[in-house]
Ligand binder design. Structure first.
Ligand code: SF4
Length: 164
């Protein structure tokens, strides 16, 4: 196979980074990044909000992963583990359908966090941990990055890009 036949790497991206109104509080928070804009122009991005695709509304009560039970519980004490798990699986299926090996997901979210999450007590305290979507993607070999490690993702993609 000619090197130039290698397809460019696609990237799964948190839908909220692209300015979609999917966040729990309904507030749009676009990730301002030249790299993201460049990848979007190149047609590499596949966006998903695991929580919205699983049927949760916008806005919705904030949820955190309880560190004792490992369940995702809203601030109103509703167990939404099933919806979060379903959204994570849908993100994985999208990656498998599109042959996506890389993901850029929002840090600290109970779905998308890749290094930190909130500690489950709704006290704004962060701990080391992963959201449910990140967990399932990593279990299947997909490399997950956050807005804090976007440069690292760019380096990895450039090193495997035959056109760069
Ligand atoms: Fe963004 Fe992920 Fe939260 Fe959806 S679940 S709003 S994509 S961080």
């Amino acid at each position: 196979m000619n090197l130039n036949d290698k397809p460019i790497d696609n990237i799964l991206v948190s839908a909220c980074f692209l300015g979609k109104r999917v966040r729990y509080n309904g507030i749009v928070q676009t990730l301002e990044s030249k790299l993201l804009q460049q990848w979007q122009k190149q047609g590499r991005l596949f966006s998903i909000c695991p929580e919205v695709i699983s049927g949760l509304p916008v806005p919705r009560p904030p949820a955190e992963i309880n560190q004792i039970t490992n369940k995702v519980i809203t601030i109103e004490f509703v167990d939404v583990t099933q919806q979060f798990t379903n959204g994570a699986k849908q993100a994985l299926h999208l990656c498998q359908r599109q042959n996506i090996q890389f993901a850029l997901l929002k840090e600290s979210s109970p779905s998308c966090g890749s290094n930190t999450i909130y500690d489950g007590t709704f006290s704004q305290k962060k701990i080391t941990g992963e959201g449910l979507t990140t967990q399932i993607l990593r279990q299947h070999g997909i490399k997950v990055f956050s807005e804090d490690s976007i440069e690292e993702l760019a380096e990895l993609i450039n090193s495997s890009d035959p056109t760069s």
